[in-house]
Design a binder for this molecule. Structure first.
Ligand code: HEC
Length: 163
């Protein structure tokens, strides 16, 4: 079941990415274009790599498809992202701060202490520092999926009126 969800998420993500690449008119990167001294094709590759790693590595625990709050192995990244957006000034600050935690998870580097108490400290993920930078930038640049229960949970947590 979990496995199936991961494949589903991957499929959706790929479709979304292809659409995004297509819209930018970068879908037909010819060999000729790829050899131009521009970092755009590299950037596209880094994005695809980051999106893949996010779903395969990060979502193994931060799975936005978890059926309920109780099934989560880690807090959803969509909520974590919001905390980091609130705590940092700009993209560079966001990438730096989140990158520092993911590269070397520790209680001191964590923005939120609550989840550590509930889930235990996140282990260092099996990716390189370069990949972490790309993943974290990808998180900043893209809208992340929220679990179905998330909005309700947020309301409960922050007492938003739901009428
Ligand atoms: C083995 C499970 C696991 C994997 C894999 C994992 N995480 Fe986590 N992550 C956690 C848990 C548990 C927490 C909550 C406890 C904590 O903050 O350490 C967490 C917390 C976080 C936080 C918030 C820390 C804070 O500042 O409070 C970020 C950011 C994060 N993860 C990013 C990532 C990214 C990016 C990846 C993929 C490269 C990833 N995680 C992979 C389990 C995981």
């Amino acid at each position: 079941m979990k496995q199936k969800n991961i494949f589903l998420a991957l499929g959706l993500l790929f479709t979304a990415m292809l659409a995004a690449v297509g819209c930018n008119g970068k879908s037909n990167v010819s060999t000729e274009e790829a050899e131009k001294p521009t970092d755009q094709p590299t950037q596209v590759m880094a994005n695809i790599d980051a999106a893949n790693l996010l779903t395969t590595v990060c979502y193994a625990c931060h799975n936005p498809k978890s059926g309920s709050h109780d099934e989560m192995l880690a807090p959803p990244l969509v909520g974590i992202k919001q905390q980091y957006l609130n705590a940092t000034e700009d993209r560079a600050g966001f990438v730096e701060r989140m990158g520092a935690f993911v590269t070397n998870p520790s209680e001191e580097a964590a923005l939120m202490k609550g989840p550590i108490g509930r889930f235990g400290l996140m282990p260092k993920p099996p990716v390189t520092d370069e990949q972490i930078k790309a993943i974290v930038a990808f998180i900043y640049d893209n809208e992340l999926p929220a679990p179905a229960w998330f909005a309700e949970h947020e309301d409960e947590m922050h007492g938003t009126d739901k009428n």
